[in-house]
Write a protein that binds this ligand. Structure first.
Ligand SMILES: Cc1ncc(COP(=O)(O)O)c(C=O)c1O
Length: 408
């Protein structure tokens, strides 16, 4: 035990010394293994995971169906060629399966390694296809940290240090109908998360996305839905935009798409996607995008998700969780509870209370965190396979943590 403890401390030290740090206070759990909704650290301590690696492990950690698919594909072949040249069965099967489940007429998939790369590809495709330059995005939106995605991310504090970024981006407020006037005939594309995740789990009014679709149709601008966080069943539908029956021109996925492996995608109509193969050919290429092991994992995850009706489960458990979270309001300090399915924003009254609450939860063995753009909104996004008993366990920790935080 002693030597394991020492090696845990050494690992922490090496992590801080050799791995580039992105914050002054990393969560610092020294992961030993993870299974289902639980992460075990090197000292054998178990944590209940209410954020799923930030919306990635919708099937829980190391789901057996995904692990099997990974092992089988890894034994067949790993990387054999850059994207788009050879015919690799897992890639073709996943693209065909996606075409069956995304709303028509979307049917052609380009695979990437991550969400930000998928957004880069979507934006480039829209500009090239439309032969227009202007992009419209939303305040409070988040689309990733590469320079194109950052250019359409709606928070100045993150854009400022990296200027110059893409020119000709107009930001408008989320949920403001009269702001849609900014979309005009110069606009190549509008990019939006149907539910803003990092912005603080902001839901659109029922009329907002249909009105946005209409404005794009009037002006010819392409509509890009970034469903990196909201996709793959998390909100109670396979894609969040299905709650409002709005079909984008380009659908962007990542996070849960790979079942825990790095995989992103943008999906559109054949005539739009064709633009990447001409004038010039090879307009957008990637070495690792659509890696066969990741696609095999993605296919296994998608099949399991649909066969086991996990979107419906997310909807049912989301209602259960929101109902119980609302009851925590009696303790005090709670400003709002909102969400769809198992993507829930639990908003407290102050940033200091939020920080204490999250820390208390972690000390008691529950992992959750606030959102990038809002330090008072805690995002709850447990694996969709979570049980009611596990939710209750988490809720009990949250109840005690909130009592303590309001007293501190
Ligand atoms: C809505 C949304 N888009 C894009 C991204 C970027 O994805 P990645 O971190 O895989 O590049 C994220 C990541 O949190 C996201 O939430």
């Amino acid at each position: 035990m002693k030597s394991k403890e020492t090696s845990r401390d050494d690992q922490k030290k090496d992590f801080l010394r050799y791995v580039c740090q992105t914050s002054s206070e990393p969560m610092g759990v020294v992961v030993d293994r993870a299974e289902g909704c639980w992460i075990t650290d090197r000292s054998g301590r178990k944590y209940l995971d209410f954020i799923s690696g930030i919306g990635v492990v919708n099937l829980g950690h190391a789901h057996p169906a995904v692990v099997k698919a990974v092992a089988e594909q890894a034994a067949r072949y790993l990387h054999v060629m850059v994207y788009g040249e050879y015919i690799q069965e897992p890639q073709v099967r996943l693209a065909k399966r996606l075409a069956q489940v995304v709303p028509p007429p979307l049917s052609v998939t380009y695979f990437t390694n991550s969400g930000t790369e998928a957004n880069e590809g979507a934006l480039k495709t829209a500009k090239k296809y439309m032969q227009r330059k202007k992009l419209v995005a939303f305040k409070g939106g988040f689309h990733g940290d590469s320079q194109g995605s950052l250019s359409v991310t709606g928070r100045e504090v993150y854009r400022k240090p990296f200027r110059p970024l893409l020119p000709d981006v107009t930001f408008i407020p989320f949920n403001r109908l009269n702001a849609l006037k900014a979309i005009d005939r110069r606009t190549a594309a509008v990019i939006i998360e149907p539910i803003q995740g990092e912005g603080g789990v902001n839901l659109p009014y029922d009329e907002f996305l249909p009105a946005l679709r209409q404005r794009c149709d009037e002006t010819g601008a392409l509509l890009i839905f970034d469903e990196v966080m909201t996709g793959m069943g998390r909100t109670g539908r396979l894609f969040a935009s299905q709650h409002w029956n709005v079909v984008p021109d380009i659908l962007v996925l990542a996070k849960a798409l790979g079942g825990g492996m790095p995989l992103g995608a943008f999906i559109s109509r054949p005539e739009i996607m064709k633009t990447l193969s001409e004038n010039p050919p090879l307009s957008h290429v990637t070495t690792f995008g659509g890696h066969p092991v990741c696609c095999a994992a993605g296919l296994a995850a998608l099949d399991f998700l649909l066969e086991n009706k996990l979107p419906e489960r997310a909807e049912r458990l989301g209602r259960y969780l929101m109902d119980r979270l609302n009851k925590l309001s009696d303790i005090g300090g709670v400003k709002d509870v909102r969400g769809k399915g198992l993507l829930i924003g639990f908003e407290l009254k102050t940033a200091i209370l939020t920080e204490r609450f999250v820390t208390n939860c972690r000390d008691a063995g529950l992992i959750l965190g606030w959102t990038l753009h809002s330090n008072t909104v805690i995002r709850l996004a447990p694996p969709l396979i979570i049980t009611e008993q596990e939710l209750d366990q988490g809720l009990e920790i949250m109840r005690k943590a909130l009592w303590k935080a309001t007293d501190q």
